[in-house]
Design a protein around this ligand. Sequence first.
Ligand SMILES: Cc1ncc(COP(=O)(O)O)c(C=O)c1O
Length: 359
Amino acid sequence: MARPTTANIDLSAIRQNYQLAKGLAPDSSALAVIKADAYGHGAIRVAHALEAEADGFAVAAIEEAIELREAGISKPILLLEGFFNADELPLINEHALSCVVHTTDQIQALEAYTARAQFDIWVKIDIGMHRLGLPPSQSKKTFARLGALKNVRNITLMGHFSCADDLAASTTIEQRRLFERVSGSTQFATSLSNSAAILGWPTVNSDWIRPGLMLYGATPYEAPQQNADQLIPAMTLKSAIIAVRTISAGESVGYGASWTADRPTRVGTVAIGYADGYPRQMRSGAPVLVGGIATRLIGRVSMDMITVDLTDIPAANIGTPVELFGRQLLASALAPWAGTIPYTLFTGITRRVHKAYSD
Ligand SMILES: Cc1ncc(COP(=O)(O)O)c(C=O)c1O
């Protein structure tokens, strides 16, 4: 048997999570955000699994979009950061990609592009994140310039919330109001919500929602939340025990001898490490499931292995399966042990981890 380190990916869970997003915004279309290889789940597999029902897809870069087109995906695909260089414009046209415009430089490039083309443009307004987007104060001028272009076919207006995962803050309401002040004077279609807004801010309405993290079954919130609690984790990261030993109280485990036993301890070695994407920052005490029973990480994460406490799981032995996160141990519960968020756990899974799909 090959190294047992596997990410099991349930494509039907992704479809159900997509349907949950649609159910929460029944009057909106939805772009499934599948950038970064579908948050580590495999963009082509996820796109094929969703193609019948998804209204479209969103990615971060043209390379990701072309890979999807070459795999036969024909639904709309939005480039969330637009083009980085004007020489992408012929490819954007050829592959019928929709394109965010967030700088005046990009508008200038469209104005200077004289070849025959039809672009679907998503104008990004900076509603407070201050990362991407044109200032609301320039929107009228922007719309006039884009409206004058023969090569622009459709315009959609989009904004992106900075704090939608904070349900107590008023920021989302303020940012939505600002967006509506800009969009209200136009006939353009609109797009606002990411996962946190879809799940937690039902009063936010727009024509297009953009669910990412929630498709993969993880919550963007730190606390339980009624809608997020219905999500189904799509990825289960698994491995197995490959060695077992017992150490005495006072003996240590792993590099740097960072964890010392305070009782005779049965130590299980698991075939997964930071080169697989299990973060090196994961602290001793982090939850791990061995044969379905909860135990903890002990000692430092190595490149290819971790060590876990089997003292209270006498039945565990070489070959016993281990779940690092997934259906039974949520990525959102594990992530804080490494000072991180489920997004980085998913996108950090490396090529070495075998992906096994079920539908
Ligand atoms: C513009 C935009 N919309 C939507 C998303 C999806 O966000 P989430 O994964 O939090 O749903 C992202 C992701 O970063 C994004 O950049």
